[in-house]
Design a protein. Structure first.
Length: 571
């Protein structure tokens, strides 16, 4: 019995040992299984990481390709800024606006509305702190944080007039020959490259402000050399524009030589040529009745919203009594006949020798509720002063003027344009076609009432064909006085005055701009034409003298525009 129990005990112990060994083996197997599973999971995760890395690499390559493609073709923005553009921006977000790429030909003082280039596949935003990669054109350079873009075009202009006005490729509106003048029996024809433009534009972001520097010159400078027509075309370059503009937030500041702020805008109060209205015509003196000049000055612009801009400028003054660009001149008192030319500009002997009391002050407000509507109002104050050396008396007088302008796309690709100006002493701003003041016998001053208008349409008939037509008019009112003798009349528009003292000048112009070829990288080739009919009427017509003068002018121009687009640098 005891032996049986011992055997049973030994057997139970052996069974427990076998069970313990079995459980240990099972535990080890479970651990091995878990390790295998964990290893498999790690390997799977490693593969996923490698796949994600490859995907990111491919996406980066795709993004680089898209950026490079978008850089190769300028975006189809309108004249200077659309969508999230600058000066003023139309972006709804409060973030800094972004300047978009302008169209070919809109970066210089060329015809400011041309058919756009092929659209870019994606907008490009250039961070001046990051390398730009491929430039948007072969003629755009990046130096440090600044982008430098050459601007301009090369012109060959042919001009024909049925009367020999002798004014070159630009019309002298106020001196069209009467039909009893010898020059009225001779026609005029010439080729000229003088309207060609060259310059550069610099864009940069500095401490939250966007800076634009703009320079432009043509070859219409004054030269007395007969080699211009005899042995070589040594045409002289002249400065057209040379300014710098800084905008930070809602405040913008400009200094330098620019188009006067009184010049009508197409958009906002921008000084960029593509944002201004000076017509599509090939006449380098533009339209009779257009309010414009290019001169040094300072301006400050406030942008309370994306659709409103309010500006103030102080610009170069000039006391003017006529005689520039064929414009009418006053008749001065006999005892003060030397004042024009010394105290007043009559283009002789030096137009920059005249005294001036203050700068010309201009205020302007522009409204752009949509891309289809631009409306603006402006005002100008001018101050004149002279000294009568015979009586030792000084006289001052204030002149003023205002303009109301609009540009409206009433149907797609068809715009109506109206620009209207009236002044009391502001004739100089109509291409000098009206004097500012008359001088009375005692030396006191009286401003001349004068105004002008340019109205018409511009229509993109096709994407490569632009048709335009305008009417321009100037009205100069009479302002007369008696000389010291009490009998002789002086001033402007009096009975017996010279037939050069114009009462009215009128112009009708029509033409087209045909894009022959264009490429975002290589530029554009255009043919531009204009037919101009001009007439002028004097205040006084002597017995048997012609009642008016008129002529016809035809322009044909071939233009190559440099490639290049302004960078889309945010302000």
């Amino acid at each position: 019995m005891k032996r049986t129990r011992r055997v049973a005990f030994v057997l139970s112990m052996m069974a427990m040992s076998f069970l313990t060994v079995g459980h240990a083996a099972d535990d080890q197997a479970d651990k091995n299984t878990e390790l295998a599973k964990l290893k498999a999971q790690i390997e799977a995760q490693q593969k996923q990481i490698e796949q994600l890395s490859n995907m990111l690499t491919q996406q980066k390559k795709m993004i680089d390709q898209v950026v490079a493609s978008s850089n190769a073709a300028p975006a189809t923005a309108s004249t200077a800024t659309v969508a999230a553009t600058a000066a003023p921006s139309e972006a709804p977000a409060p973030a800094a606006p972004v300047r978009m790429l302008p169209n070919l030909g809109e970066v210089a003082s060329s015809s400011p509305v041309l058919p756009p280039p092929p659209p870019a596949r994606a907008p490009r935003v250039l961070d001046p702190q990051v390398p730009a990669g491929d430039a948007s054109s072969p003629l755009q350079l990046k130096i440090g944080d600044a982008t430098i873009m050459p601007v301009g075009f090369m012109d060959l202009t042919a001009v024909w007039r049925n009367e020999n006005a002798g004014s070159g490729i630009g019309s002298s509106f106020g001196s069209v020959p009467y039909n009893n003048a010898a020059t009225s029996h001779l026609s005029e024809f010439r080729f000229s490259p003088q309207n060609s433009r060259l310059g550069f534009r610099v864009d940069a972001n500095v401490k939250g402000a966007h800076i634009i520097g703009y320079n432009e010159f043509d070859f219409l400078g004054t030269s007395g050399s007969n080699s211009l027509g005899v042995t070589n075309g040594a045409f002289v370059p002249r400065v057209r524009l040379y300014w710098v503009d800084v905008r930070k937030g809602q405040i913008e500041f400009l200094a330098g030589q620019s188009w006067s702020m009184l010049t009508p805008n197409r958009k906002g109060l921008s000084a960029l040529p593509g944002d201004l209205f000076y017509s599509q015509v090939m006449d380098v003196n533009y339209m009779a009745g257009l309010t414009w000049t290019r001169q040094p000055g300072l301006r400050v612009i406030y942008h309370p919203s994306d659709t409103v801009a309010i500006g103030f400028s102080a610009e170069n003054p000039n006391q003017y009594t006529g005689g520039s660009a064929g414009g009418s001149s006053i008749t001065a008192p006999s005892a003060l006949s030397t004042l024009p030319g010394t105290q007043f500009d009559n283009t002789s002997p030096s137009p920059l020798s005249t005294p001036n009391l203050t700068p010309d002050f201009i205020v302007k407000a522009a409204f752009d509720p949509t891309s289809h509507v631009h409306f603006e109002v402006a005002g100008i104050e001018r101050n004149f002063k002279d000294w009568n050396p015979n009586t030792n008396q000084k006289f001052t007088k204030t002149g003023a003027g205002g303009s109301v302008n609009g540009n409206f796309e009433i149907v797609k690709n068809f715009r109506l344009i109206t620009n209207n100006y009236w002044s009391d002493g502001g004739g100089r701003y109509m291409f000098g076609q009206a004097p500012d003041v008359v001088i009375r016998a005692d030396g006191s001053l009286s401003p001349i009432h004068a105004g002008g208008t340019v109205d018409g349409f511009e229509a993109n008939i096709t994407k490569n064909f632009l048709l335009y037509a305008y009417y321009g008019g100037i009205l100069v009112e009479k302002n007369t006085a008696l000389d010291l003798n009490g009998t002789s009349l002086i001033g402007y528009g009096y009975r017996g005055s010279a037939n050069s003292q114009n009462k009215a000048i009128q112009e009708f112009s029509i033409g087209y701009n045909q894009t022959i070829w264009k490429d975002a990288k290589y530029g554009a080739l255009n043919m531009i034409t204009q037919y101009e009919w001009l007439t002028r009427d004097p205040w006084y017509v002597a017995a048997g003298a012609p009642k008016n003068a008129h002529d016809s002018t035809i322009y044909v121009d071939v233009r190559y525009t440099l490639p290049g687009s302004a960078p889309t640098i945010g302000k």
